[in-house]
Design a protein around this ligand. Structure first.
Ligand SMILES: NC(=O)c1ccc[n+]([C@@H]2O[C@H](COP(=O)([O-])OP(=O)(O)OC[C@H]3O[C@@H](n4cnc5c(N)ncnc54)[C@H](OP(=O)(O)O)[C@@H]3O)[C@@H](O)[C@H]2O)c1
Length: 245
């Protein structure tokens, strides 16, 4: 894809991976809108990246997704790229968990229901533009689950699966369907300090954006690149290694 001259909406783009993608789209000459639940985080992002547009939206709420499309149609009618990046991650011990199901369900709603619904909602808007694209942010854990984040891993496997079907169904339209498959990246995912073992977000973002710009449709980085290309036997071995160490 061409990184320049787009109008891009990045869900969850005020921090972490979403913000790093926003910086690179802006630098390349695209207009970028980021949305998220926390107005203060959006404001902080705007201060760090002048020219960034922001909008408060909880993609976990179906009515807010519909309202987001209406807002975009009015404010940014040329929007041609949707990046489904917003996500949350919870550590859950399945046999002893005491959380209300409604709380647990949020991970499924935000990580799977929202990107599926947003993709479906935005198809008509995107189709009317030149060089339209939908970019879904999944995870290396879509291919090898981490058992300590069982619901999260399942949501990412589902989003990877959906991305393949979406690409197939849209292959007669101008909409490109792309997938970014991050490994562990040093962001605040799951809470501050829980992903400091991850790769630096800027190195990761530089690599994946360069590869998307070069025309690749599914891109990982380091361990997630290995995982997305692995055989079933290699995935089983990686699962054992990751979960039994
Ligand atoms: N970091 C990693 O190791 C890693 C690995 C694989 C995949 N990923 C994926 O990369 C994506 C970005 O995560 P990150 O690592 O950059 O974590 P992050 O810094 O926590 O960013 C997540 C962003 O999503 C937003 N968000 C969460 N729930 C939302 C909702 N209901 N509505 C709107 N925005 C929402 C958050 O903002 P608010 O809280 O203000 O809403 C935040 O800006 C996620 O899909 C994640 O699963 C990350």
């Amino acid at each position: 894809m061409n990184l320049a001259n787009n109008t891009v909406l990045i869900t969850g783009g005020a921090s972490g991976i979403g913000f790093a993608l926003a910086e690179r789209f802006v630098r390349a000459g695209s207009t970028v809108i980021v949305c998220g639940r926390r107005a203060d985080k959006l404001q902080e992002a705007q201060q760090k990246l002048p020219g960034l547009h922001t909008h408060v939206c909880d993609v976990g709420n179906a009515a807010e997704r519909v309202a987001l499309l209406d807002w975009v149609r009015n404010e940014f009618p040329a929007l041609n790229v949707l990046v489904n990046n917003a996500g949350i991650q919870n550590r859950v011990q399945l046999a002893t968990d005491t959380e209300e199901w409604e709380t647990r369900r949020q991970e499924i709603i935000i990580n799977v229901e929202a990107p599926i619904h947003l993709a479906m909602l935005f198809i008509e808007q995107l189709q009317a533009q030149s060089h339209p694209a939908i970019i879904n942010v999944t995870s290396g854990l879509a291919f090898t689950p981490a058992a300590f984040v069982p619901i999260y891993s399942a949501t990412k496997a589902a989003l990877h699966s959906f991305t393949l079907s979406l690409r197939h169904q849209l292959n007669q339209t101008p909409i490109q369907v792309l997938e970014i498959v991050p490994p562990a990246v040093n962001t605040d995912l799951g809470g501050p300090g829980l992903h400091t073992f991850g790769v630096p977000v800027d190195d990761f973002a530089d690599s994946v954006m360069a590869r998307l710009a070069a025309g690749e449709v599914e891109v990982g980085y380091e361990s997630s690149e290995t995982r997305r290309l692995a055989s079933r036997a290699e995935l089983d071995a990686a699962f054992e290694q990751m979960n039994n160490r």
